[in-house]
Design a protein around this ligand. Structure first.
Ligand code: TXA
Ligand code: MG
Length: 345
């Protein structure tokens, strides 16, 4: 299949391109598009065939459900059974990086929800995503636009390397702002269960919901043989090709540890801050931000994993991040990319 690649920076001046993309989606085709979190691999969420094509292009098992993307929070009415708590969350965080799991209506085929009777609903704030959903006049089902198991794509180039030839169109809308996927919440009455941490943090949810529970997968304590509440929150995910290892210890211990590994002849890549890279002579280092700057680390993590992979080393190291605020989302992705391999230093 030939993939058309187009650039859209401002939807207001790209009406023709958006119409073409919407037409592809309405005819059952696949369009990769930018969101504020990561790029999505989109298809018509009301079309079971489009869902099948998404699973095939991504190489993803079809029992791992897709998120449906809507233009306005109240559009959820057509596809899901909403309640007061959905609207509380919507008022606080939508449009934005929050996904809410609700009982589904028949308008969404089970092929989209991996056979579940619930559906994940998200209203993205990215102007291109919003304009595309509006032009399509349908909800768009979209997982992250990577080959299953690889780090989620935060720029169009990564989508092109993973999916060119497998989708009809890729819309390049520049780098994604946040860089980690949306926060996912399941409502149980007035309790919100946090299934996947993201830029809407645990503390932010606590300001809106009466009770917030952390699932084992969100906390990073899911056992290898345990089934997560969100089927996609597997034990191992986002993995680069080389083994990725988290180092847990004081800042002062990090540089000497890497140096000793190098001395022992190990070819290691390191994901770290600019200052740490300097201390390591900038050899096989990938900078992803200062430890205190969680926003930049989140923005850079997935590209850093891909860049580290290209260095072709035996192993990739990074420091285990703190787990408060946005740190929990960062830790959640890193611990799974590392298949839970943590070394105390
Ligand atoms: O930021 C995001 O959420 C991005 C952008 C493209 O919107 N999308 C994304 O989709 O990360 P995906 O498919 O890579 O991750 C969706 C996660 C999976 O872990 C899936 O198992 C879970 O959401 N999920 C979807 N529907 C669910 C449901 N009904 N019940 C439980 N978990 C669900
Ligand atoms: Mg994904």
């Amino acid at each position: 299949m030939k993939t058309e690649i187009i650039k859209i920076n401002n939807p207001a001046t790209a009406q023709d391109e958006l119409c073409r993309a919407a037409q592809i989606l309405r005819r059952g085709g696949l369009v990769v598009f930018p969101t504020e979190t990561v790029y999505g691999l989109g298809g018509d969420a009301t079309d079971p065939d489009a869902a099948r094509k998404i699973y095939e292009a991504k190489g993803r098992p079809s029992n791992n459900p897709l998120i449906i993307h809507i233009a306005h929070p109240e559009d959820a009415e057509q596809y899901a059974v909403t309640n007061e708590y959905y609207y509380r969350l919507a008022r606080a965080f939508m449009p934005g990086p929050l996904t809410v799991i609700l009982p589904k209506k028949d308008t969404i085929p089970v092929e989209v929800t991996g056979g579940l009777d619930t559906v994940a609903v998200r209203c993205p704030s990215h102007p291109v995503a919003h304009a595309l959903i509006k032009a399509t006049e349908r909800p768009i089902a979209a997982p992250s636009a990577n080959i299953s198991g690889r780090p989620s794509p935060t720029s169009a180039d990564y989508c092109i390397s993973d999916l060119e030839g497998k989708v009809d169109m890729i819309i390049d809308g520049g780098e994604c702002d946040i860089g980690l996927e949306s926060t996912i919440v399941m409502l149980r009455g007035s309790t919100a269960v946090l299934l996947r941490p993201g830029a809407v943090t645990y503390d932010a949810l606590c300001c809106v919901c009466e009770t917030v529970e952390l699932s084992a997968a969100a906390e990073g304590t899911l056992a290898e043989n345990e089934r997560p509440l969100a089927p996609g929150m597997m034990y191992r995910h986002y993995a680069p090709n080389a083994p990725f290892v988290l180092l847990d210890g004081a800042r002062e211990a990090f540089i000497p540890y890497i140096q000793s590994r190098r001395m022992s002849g190990e070819q290691c890549a390191v994901i770290c801050s600019a200052e740490e890279a300097k201390a390591l002579d900038e050899k096989n280092t990938v900078i992803y931000g200062d430890p205190e700057d969680l926003t930049t680390q989140a923005h850079r993590l997935f590209s850093a994993l891909r860049e580290a992979d290209v260095l072709g080393c035996d192993v990739i190291y990074a420091r285990k991040p703190a787990t408060d605020g946005l740190g929990l989302a960062l830790y959640n992705r890193m611990i799974r990319a590392a298949s839970h391999t943590v070394i105390k230093i």
